[in-house]
Design a protein around this ligand. Structure first.
Ligand SMILES: NC(=O)c1ccc[n+]([C@@H]2O[C@H](COP(=O)([O-])OP(=O)(O)OC[C@H]3O[C@@H](n4cnc5c(N)ncnc54)[C@H](O)[C@@H]3O)[C@@H](O)[C@H]2O)c1
Length: 346
């Protein structure tokens, strides 16, 4: 059998299940070690996976195991410190979203990986949703004519028990924000990616329901670099949690898609048929998604990136974009001003 990349998990919490399943199903990856600061969690996963040892310390694990890629699955505001430690061992990093929660930490993490000659890949599993890929294509190849609007509706529901399930949830320091930085970031990544970049944001962010420090409801007016306008709405207060919906409109057609695929594909030139996107992954309208296709594709891609010595599909630089957009949104909500991304990112 062809060589497989050797994966280790750092963090054995909720999202670890998706990574374990992805490593099992990705032909080029195999699991060799797990680590969590809470020993029972590491031990439980190790035993379930047939590993003889488990670790509670990252250095200890990387000094004792031969690892090619560490999946960083710890609370968001600790991603950079963990990735920097892993890079110091000359081990590649596959980091969960968001890359981290401040510009400075993300920049240091990207630079440290470069300085140590290791790859930094980031998870945004919904980029593998074919409806998003086909919509991006339709925007770029002119199928929609002059694109005038792009909207993302990211109306989810999380209850107080969810926020109480970890002391990092709903905090500025470790969650980096609320409905946008934790849940909405997937949709913000997609609308920015499909539309070719956000130029400026004007936002209202409120904490309307949950006992947390960060926003649970937000509405943002967006100007895209291609001249189109749009709206992003994000919430964890929309019972029972709705589909993730995107709408893109132009002078020659309109597309609307959600978790089930395309809901509208109306193009003036009726020779352009609606693409078949059945079987690909949708969005996430409940607390945890059971469809793991996106994680499997990204773990396989990271393994191949290491084995074939190429960049991963989503690099650290690419993953940083959506965090910077959300930080600009928070700045706009705080100051009451429209924030231009280019100036904000300098
Ligand atoms: N891609 C997605 O759709 C998706 C979904 C859920 C969560 N996530 C991301 O995954 C990350 C983890 O979320 P979760 O829901 O699994 O959280 P969680 O609280 O369930 O798990 C985090 C785990 O990390 C462990 N940990 C903390 N610091 C550590 C350290 N220094 N070394 C080793 N282990 C450490 C904790 O003990 C805990 O078990 C977050 O950044 C979150 O945004 C992504």
């Amino acid at each position: 059998m062809e060589k497989q990349a050797r994966f280790a998990l750092i963090g054995c919490g909720r999202i670890a299940v998706n990574h374990l399943d992805a490593i099992k199903n990705a032909p080029s990856a195999k699991l060799v070690a797990v680590c969590d600061i809470v020993e029972e969690k590491a031990k439980k996963v190790a035993e379930e996976q047939g590993l003889e040892k488990w670790y509670t310390d990252i250095d200890d694990m990387l000094n004792n195991e031969k690892v090619d890629v560490c999946c960083v699955l710890v609370p968001s505001g600790r991603h950079a410190e963990v990735a920097i430690k892993v890079a110091g061992h000359k081990v590649n990093v596959l980091c969960e979203k968001p890359l981290d929660v401040t510009k400075e930490k993300m920049k240091t993490m990207i630079q440290t990986c470069k300085d140590n000659g290791v790859k930094l890949g980031a998870i945004f599993q919904r980029r593998s949703f074919m409806a998003a890929q086909e919509t991006k294509k339709a925007i770029e190849n002119g199928t929609l004519g002059r694109v005038t609007m792009g909207d993302a509706y990211l109306k989810y529901y999380r209850d107080q028990a969810y926020y109480d399930s970890g002391d990092w949830r709903g905090t500025w320091e470790l969650d980096g924000g609320g409905a946008l930085m934790n849940q909405g970031i997937h949709g913000i990544d997609l609308i920015n990616w499909m539309m070719g970049g956000i130029e400026s944001v004007y936002a209202h962010c409120e904490k309307l329901v949950w006992d947390i420090k960060v926003e649970d409801t937000a509405v943002i007016s967006v100007r895209f670099k291609n001249g189109a306008l749009g709206v992003i709405e994000g919430a964890t207060t929309a019972y029972p949690g709705l589909d993730t919906i995107f709408q893109v409109n132009g002078s020659e057609g309109s597309i609307m898609f959600g978790d089930e695929g395309f809901y509208h594909w109306k193009i003036k030139d009726n020779k352009v048929d609606q693409p078949d996107v059945s079987g690909s992954m949708g969005g996430l309208n409940c607390q945890y998604n059971t469809n793991n296709v996106g994680h499997i594709l990204q773990v396989e891609d990271m393994a191949r990136a290491v084995l074939d010595d190429r960049d991963p599909l989503i690099t650290g630089e690419e993953a940083m974009k959506s965090v910077n957009i959300i930080l600009a949104i928070y700045e706009s909500a705080r100051t009451g001003k429209e924030i231009k991304l280019d100036e904000f990112n300098q």
